[in-house]
Design a protein around this ligand. Sequence first.
Ligand code: ZN
Length: 230
Amino acid sequence: MLKAYRVPSIGALLNMSDIELLSLRNVGKRTLQNIDEALAEEGLSRGSHSAEAPRAWIQKLLRHIGDDPDREGLQATPDRVLKFLRDFCTPKDFRFTTFDSEGYDEMIVQTDIPFFSLCEHHMLPFFGRAHVGYIPKERIVGLSKLARAVRYCSAGLQNQERVTHAVGQMIEDQIQPLGVGVVLEARHLCMEMRGVNVHDTWTTTSRLTGPFRGTARAEFLSFVHRCEKQ
Ligand code: ZN
């Protein structure tokens, strides 16, 4: 219906003012009314800024799965979902504080760092623990920054392999250590709630570089294995 008026896409229309729309060829006041009616059929409205259209999509989704977006418990749900997704998918920036290693050249390991992420295939959570180690060359990392790096890299829609790789890469980029070891152990709700429906299955991924591939491997993994899973 909208195409007949040779106007831009619905997405573009949503952000146009009346004056902008009227300046388009072939769009008169009556046409404007028609456009609004066409948008209303889609559950959308012009001038509704960013959150408005996604909110309508979520309401539509709720209807699609057979629920009633107007019932009390669901009225604010689209806003909550949007807020959660916006917050969770925006990595929390932080200052990656580093210090002179002052000659310290042994392994530094932090275990059992909890993390949460969303699997990009199903948008369902995967979560667990990260174990991060490195051997410094000249710089060491402020301890809380390892946990922050894990949180930063697990934000948004991810797969476990990518998060594992990204954590190691971030440490390498920041302090150029002799090597890094990253192990992630996670439960994936997309495996547990659906599909094969297996419970309490842990998926382990790792990134080991430099000495962590050789001489430091056993020592690092002994720290990791010491951690009891619940
Ligand atoms: Zn999945």
